[in-house]
Write a protein that binds this ligand. Structure first.
Ligand code: C2E
Ligand code: MG
Ligand code: MG
Ligand code: MG
Length: 276
């Protein structure tokens, strides 16, 4: 009966993976429908200059308010969107909302760069550049007020092709940030090949910063800062939650940061108040 139990386990396992696949397919259908119903909105998180707290940019973070499931996190629905192709209409919707909001802040006399996260799949799409141009034009946003964030691992997957795509964006006047830097296991020297103006140091390195600036985490941040500055890029620390981290980052030469210590992702009106 050990065999029977083994069989049973296998059967259960198969059922569960089928079920998981089915669940994800259903979630993708719901996401597609929810997107059309306007359930996907944007939360805005300011990025500040460490020296004086000035808001340097605002990142658009997708939020899905599902009628029954409540707020679904992007950590859940972005992979589902990528796997199902819903990422394309979703990315378009976020890009449009970001351009529209950026235009509103500019028109209110408080121009600020809006940063939009883009998946590797979106960047690789033939129409991507045209979509960005269309969004800028339709919403009346100046290209230099838009920044596109691409993760290090996405950018490095095909560094030549992506460098070219990012260069085309830059030629439009749009700036580029490399997101989650340090998690992609690529050599620091690859950074040089990307036409980015900003490097965002991943939260995992920021989280463990202490007063000890000789610790490994501090060395990693210092190395990124040195290299990035050497190639003319700015460095943004992600996920800054404590005063200790803030002080360490300043000591390590990092100039900008994002994190709960400064501001949580919030609605556009609250960011508007901050900008005033
Ligand atoms: P990301 O682009 O690296 O964004 C930073 C994440 O860290 C956000 O999570 C933000 O809410 C969170 N965060 C900010 N400050 C702190 C802090 O001090 N402590 C902690 N613990 N977390 C902090 P969120 O909004 O859940 O987004 C997760 C990821 O989902 C994003 O990481 C991004 O990769 C992806 N994402 C979000 N919106 C979009 C989108 O419109 N398109 C695409 N392709 N991806 C998106
Ligand atoms: Mg980002
Ligand atoms: Mg990040
Ligand atoms: Mg991330």
């Amino acid at each position: 009966s050990g065999k029977a139990a083994g069989k049973h386990r296998v059967a259960v396992y198969d059922e569960r993976s089928d079920e998981a696949r089915h669940d994800r397919a259903r979630l993708a259908d719901e996401l597609r429908a929810g997107l059309a119903r306007g359930e996907v909105t944007v939360a805005w998180q300011p990025r500040v200059r460490l020296a004086d707290g000035r808001v340097m940019a605002v990142e658009a973070l997708a939020r899905w308010r599902h009628p029954e499931r409540g707020t679904v996190s992007p950590g859940v629905f972005i992979p589902v969107a990528e796997e199902s192709g819903v990422i394309h209409p979703l990315g378009q919707a976020v890009l449009r909302q970001a351009c529209r909001q950026g235009q509103r802040w500019a028109a209110a006399g408080t121009p600020v760069t809006v940063a939009v996260n883009v998946s590797a799949m979106e960047l690789a799409r033939e129409h991507f550049l045209q979509d960005v141009q269309d969004a800028l034009r339709a919403e009346g946003l100046a290209p230099d007020l838009l920044e596109i964030e691409v993760t290090e691992s996405a950018a490095m997957r095909d560094v030549r092709a992506n460098a070219e795509r990012l260069r085309a964006l830059r030629d439009l006047g749009v700036s580029v940030a490399i997101d989650d830097f340090g998690t992609g296991y690529s050599s620091l020297s690859y950074l040089r090949q990307l036409p980015a103006s900003v490097v965002k140091v991943d939260q995992s390195f920021v989280r463990d910063l202490t007063e000890d600036l000789t610790a490994t985490e501090a060395s990693i941040v210092r190395a990124v800062v040195t290299l990035a500055h050497g190639v003319g890029m700015r460095v943004v620390a992600e996920g800054v939650e404590t005063e200790t981290q803030r002080r360490a980052l300043i000591a390590l030469g990092c100039q900008e940061a994002q994190g709960y210590l400064f501001a949580r992702p919030q609605d556009a009106a609250s960011v508007g108040d901050l900008l005033q």
